[in-house]
Write a protein that binds this ligand. Structure first.
Ligand code: NAI
Length: 706
């Protein structure tokens, strides 16, 4: 089956790429070979003067190289050869004797972008679906088919580094401003404009392009040194030195601009080979695949439950979470949302907060004014139950109180349609307890969003033993429409994310009351790779919310989850963290500054002059690994994959480590058990190794036997 079809009109060949049987175009070996064969035909056809390359997919140009090909790479040398081969193809395209115009609609990323950079002219649609860029570093590699060479030459080194080092994709309008796109057009005339451009290029030749970038920084060697130094600093700050790909890409760009494109290409290929077989890239690719697999996973065995369509959402409780859920649903899923609270004042506040999410997107130009108006119009409120009889799904986000939730649920079930799915956003109360005695347990489940809803990528869906597969599939699919990565977890206290987070937070609290300085605790964990340390996280989440959750976990799991002493004192003193402008840290104009010395006084501790960061790391890391092993053995997650994705997306577990369960595999279960035994001897039973880990150590087993 062929991926390209070739037609021609008035001496312009139109090559349409439509990889058979795939939702998007990827450039695997077969597609590339076919592309080259078609180009050879076009070259030899004297009647053809120019070429237009366009996609046959609805909303995709080229999604990149075929990742499967690159994960098959076993040695650095093999990787280097793969990259060299790709570079040669792109070189041949660049040297093609007839002008090639690319007509871009939809994603044009990775190898697709590199290919378009080698073409004579780039026309793109102004659709929000059109994005262009080089996301390679996100899977731990670098653009290695000339992207690190051609992009800086086209748009200037600073703009290019901005894209390459962060693995960014740009909307078409921005890409045009940068010089990455030559013409921006409505989708309806894409093909026509590309044909006109091809004809013009055939007659007049390629226009002289101004060199990209600014004279001061991009086009003189001293200015470039400043740009490189700044870029390196930014990368190190963002990655903590844990991700080698952006620094490698920087080297490839630098080499190419200093020693010429051929030297740059060779550097690109060599670095690609090294990165491709490295642990970081392997882990990032696994996460990429896991996330993609979850996009196709309805959370129930295939054929057992068909997701019901959701057109209208009801949200009960217009507080912090309810408003976040409402705004995100309108924004991402474009469903009608009815937001309810007990009085209209709160409803109004909630609607305002939900609309602010859309307004934020408008300010950041993620949506147009028209989209803003359209989405904002989806939001409405009520103090009663008006409109709930039409909802396909209702999410409850009232106070974290069992009796209140039961009462709301009973009232709710009396209002909604017989097929509506009813979800609770509780963070700690078992769903089965909320559903106890309810009229329709088969339609009840948990949908645990994280705060802030619009930014946190994870959703835990929690069925009870009685939830129907249809309800599960409906909730999972709707969560995905809201833009979330969804994992289905068991109805145990804390579900998955808060379960593994809780002992970690408690341990941080214990370290604190032992006198470990706040900055040592937090810095140790950010160095390990978390985006924020545990004490800063507690301030973010709200110390009262953290205290409440740890109380529930303590009651459920006993002594090993005893809350750290002192946290209650913070709550009693009204030091609730960022929202109160006062917590473990000081806040100035809403910005976190330094640890607050008065917090130590309140807790009655004197911070130690020196602390053993290695021991701090061991305690915090291993207590979470152990809890992850315990919870996994209880079947809280369906698979190690779900557990690792949940930890990475739910609490920012360092992605380059692949997640806690993958990290146990990396360390080896026996080493984990030994360390836990040593910690048990030093600090007590809460470190006692999970029986499943002990068994795994004995059998030399792994979470991912591959
Ligand atoms: P919140 O206090 O900001 O909002 C709760 C809202 O529910 C208030 O506006 C209140 O007026 C309303 N409400 C209470 N009883 C009601 C009733 N009978 N009928 C209608 N509305 C009623 O609380 P927040 O933080 O939004 O939490 C809501 C739920 O989300 C809780 O179950 C909480 O555990 C959960 N959650 C909270 C997270 C957080 O970080 N704040 C994270 C994940 C879940």
């Amino acid at each position: 089956m062929s991926a390209f079809s070739l037609t021609s009109t008035d001496g312009i060949a139109i090559l349409t790429l439509d990889v058979p049987g795939e939702p998007v175009n990827t450039l695997g070996r077969a597609a590339i070979e076919e592309f080259e064969a078609r180009l050879a035909e076009i070259r030899d056809d004297r009647s053809v003067r120019a070429v237009v390359l366009i996609s046959g997919k609805a909303d995709n140009f080229i999604a990149g190289a075929d990742i499967n090909q690159f994960i098959g790479v076993r040695t650095a040398a093999e990787g280097e050869a793969l990259s060299r081969a790709g570079q040669e193809v792109i070189d041949r395209i660049e040297r093609f004797p007839k002008p090639i115009v690319v007509a871009i609609h939809g994603a044009c990323v990775g190898l697709g972008c590199e290919l378009s950079l080698a073409c004579a002219w780039r026309v793109a649609t102004d659709s929000p679906k059109t994005v262009i860029g080089l996301p390679e570093v996100q899977i731990g590699i670098l653009p290695a088919a000339g992207g690190c060479q051609r992009l800086p030459r086209l748009i200037g080194v600073s703009a290019a580094l901005d894209i390459i080092l962060a693995g960014k994709t740009e909307r078409a309008a921005k890409a045009q401003k940068l010089g990455l796109v030559d013409e921006l057009v409505p989708q309806s005339i894409l093909r026509g404009v590309a044909l006109v451009a091809a004809d013009r290029l055939a007659r007049e030749g390629a226009p002289a392009r101004p060199r990209g970038g600014s004279l001061l920084l991009d086009r003189n060697p001293i200015g470039r040194l400043i740009v490189y130094a700044q870029a390196r600093k930014t990368v190190l700050k963002k990655t903590g030195g844990h991700y080698p790909a952006p620094l490698a890409a920087l080297q490839a760009v630098e080499t190419g601009l200093k020693h010429g494109i051929e030297a740059g290409l060779r550097k690109e290929a060599r670095l690609f080979g090294e990165l491709a077989v490295g642990d970081v890239s392997r882990n990032l690719v696994r996460i990429f695949f896991a996330t993609n697999a979850l996009k196709k996973d309805d959370g129930v065995p295939p054929g057992t439950g068909t997701p019901r369509p959701v057109r209208r959402l009801g949200v009960v409780g217009a507080g912090f979470m309810g408003a976040g859920i409402a705004g995100t649903a309108a924004s991402q899923a474009s469903v009608e949302v009815r937001l309810k609270d007990s009085d209209l004042l709160r409803v109004g506040k909630g609607l305002k907060a939900a609309t602010d999410i859309l307004a934020g997107q408008l300010t950041r130009r993620r949506i147009t004014k028209y989209e803003y108006e359209r989405k904002a119009a989806l939001l409405s409120g009520t103090g009663g139950w008006h409109g709930f009889e039409r909802a396909d799904i209702v999410i409850e986000a009232v106070f974290e109180d069992l009796d209140v939730k039961r009462k709301v649920l009973a009232d709710l079930l009396a209002q909604v349609r017989p097929e509506a799915v009813v979800a609770s956003n509780t963070s700690t109360i078992p769903i089965a307890r909320i559903a106890e005695g309810a009229a329709h347990p088969e339609r009840i489940l948990g949908m645990h969003f994280f705060s802030p809803v619009e930014r946190m990528p994870l959703l835990e869906v929690i069925p009870t033993d009685r939830t129907s597969p249809t309800a599960i599939a409906t909730a999972v699919q709707f969560g995905r429409r809201m833009g979330k990565t969804v994992i289905v977890v068991r109805d145990r206290p804390g579900f998955w994310v808060n379960r593994i987070l809780s002992p970690y937070m408690n341990e941080a609290g214990l370290l604190l009351v032992e006198g470990t300085p706040i900055e040592v605790i937090d810095r140790t964990m950010t160095r390990f790779g978390f985006p924020v340390g545990p004490i800063a996280l507690l301030d973010e989440v709200g110390i009262d919310i953290g205290a409440k959750a740890s109380g529930v976990m303590h009651a459920a799991f006993g002594e090993r989850m005893a809350p750290a002493p002192g946290v209650a004192k913070m709550v009693a003193a009204g030091r609730l963290g960022r929202k109160a402008g006062k917590g473990f840290y000081l806040y100035h104009d809403g910005h976190k500054t330094d640890p607050d010395p008065s917090a130590y006084r309140l807790l009655g501790v004197a911070p130690l002059a020196s602390a053993d960061a290695g021991e701090v790391e061991r305690r915090l890391v291993y207590i979470m690994l152990n809890e992850a092993a315990l919870a996994a053995s209880e079947g809280v997650v369906r698979s190690p994959r779900d557990g690792d994705i949940g930890a990475i997306f739910g609490i920012g577990y360092p992605a380059f480590r692949g997640g806690p369960l993958r990290f146990i595999d990396t360390l080896g279960a026996s080493r984990v058990v030994q360390t836990l035994e040593a910690l048990t001897a030093a600090y007590g039973e809460r470190f006692s190794p999970a029986p499943s880990l002990v068994a795994m150590a004995q059998s030399a087993g792994k979470y991912y036997p591959e």
